[in-house]
Design a protein around this ligand. Structure first.
Ligand SMILES: Cc1ncc(COP(=O)(O)O)c(C=O)c1O
Length: 362
């Protein structure tokens, strides 16, 4: 039986390759593999088990840590958004998480809620992104406050985050790194600032811990190169099948609002994939879809469960049940993201809950 609808095929071996690749870029650092947002759409547990050689995992939310611990994932888990109240703090401790601290409120919370074990913490420092982070000028005082608390592990770690590491002009990145290093210089503790873009193109950023996300999924953080071109292996192939092949006469229109009109007699393959699966509704007309290793242009609007593709030029005829590649190793997700005027991060993270995930070996 052919699986109906859209499936995300996941190559476990590609995860290992990409982790190894990250290690080669930064051989002397530890790796915090970022697996938030359901492992960037690849499955949280699948990502954690396939990346088990990482030194730690980074997630955004307590819920993600809870799911990992429930599946007996034992590596250190870093809560990148920390906690916001006492109950969350106790839960984080029960789950044996490391906390990222970035507000005065979080520091006060830690002072007010004594814990019965010693909690590992990271202080996140504002260096130019102006999103999360304490002011660098407050770092010494905050570090001293935390060191005075019995329930905070004495090895406080330090981190910051880049706003523009994917930019080919590294001046902003260098400035952030300089700020980070100048303020953390006098503070003992391991340091981390590099996301995937900095792992790949800004060696000075590697420090004690790298924090790769997107590259572990075989996807590029850059606009000018795909993951494959960087030496990564895409982990996900998003696939579906042809469910109808229609003949459309010249002048006939296809799809909602009839935005595409056949200029000649055309063969239109209808594919069981749509925005209800996470395929972007706003892709440009002509966006490639691959059938039997060949690219065909998407025509008309993307529907919830279907897209239409012009296969008139197919040399071999195309049949109901034929497999279709929407993005993956042979059709870069970065290219589909550009056609949808977004970034590949968004496409992979938005693969919908109804899409089955299936592991493959090749
Ligand atoms: C704090 C932090 N570190 C690292 C990463 C990984 O970034 P990337 O996926 O670009 O490698 C993220 C992702 O957004 C993040 O929020």
């Amino acid at each position: 039986m052919i699986e109906q609808g859209t499936t995300a095929l996941i190559r476990r071996a590609a995860f290992s390759h990409n982790l190894q690749f990250a290690k080669q870029q930064a051989p002397n650092t530890k790796i915090m593999a970022i697996i938030k947002a359901n492992g960037y759409g690849h499955g949280l547990i699948r990502a954690a088990t396939a990346l088990s050689a990482a030194d730690a995992f980074g997630v955004a939310r307590l819920k993600e840590a809870e799911v990992l611990r429930a599946k007996a994932i034992t590596q250190p888990i870093v809560l990148l958004e920390g906690v916001q109240d006492g109950q969350q703090l106790k839960q984080a401790q029960a789950l044996n998480c490391e906390l990222v601290l970035y507000t005065e409120e979080q520091i006060r919370l830690l002072q007010q809620v004594p814990l019965d074990t010693s909690l590992p913490v990271w202080i996140k420092i504002e260096t130019g992104m102006h999103r999360l982070g304490i002011l660098p000028t407050e770092l010494s005082a905050i570090a001293a406050t935390l060191r005075a608390l019995d329930w905070v592990a004495p090895e406080i770690k330090l981190m910051s985050h880049y706003s523009s590491a994917d930019d080919s002009d590294h001046s902003v990145t260098q400035q952030q790194l300089d700020t980070f290093l100048s303020f953390t210089d006098a503070i003992a503790g391991e340091k981390s600032i590099a996301n995937s873009a900095a792992v790949l193109r800004h060696q000075a950023s590697h420090l004690d811990w790298i924090r790769p996300g997107i590259m572990l999924y075989g996807v590029s953080p850059f606009m000018d190169k795909t993951g494959i071109e960087l030496g990564l292996e895409p982990v996900m192939d998003l696939v579906s099948t042809v469910i109808a092949v229609n003949v459309v006469k010249p002048g006939e229109r296809v799809g909602y609002s009839g935005t595409w009109t056949a200029a000649r007699e055309s063969q239109i393959a209808v594919i069981s994939a749509g925005y209800g699966d996470g395929y972007p509704r706003h892709v440009a007309e002509g966006t490639p879809v691959m059938i039997h290793g060949r690219r065909y242009p998407l025509v008309g609007r993307v529907s919830m469960d279907m897209i239409c593709v012009d296969v008139t030029d197919a040399q071999d005829s195309i049949h109901i049940g034929d497999p279709v590649l929407l993005w993956g190793r042979d059709l870069p997700v970065e290219e589909i993201a550009q056609a949808a005027n977004t970034i590949a991060y968004e496409l992979i993270c938005r693969v919908a809950a109804r899409v089955l995930h299936q592991e493959i070996d090749d």
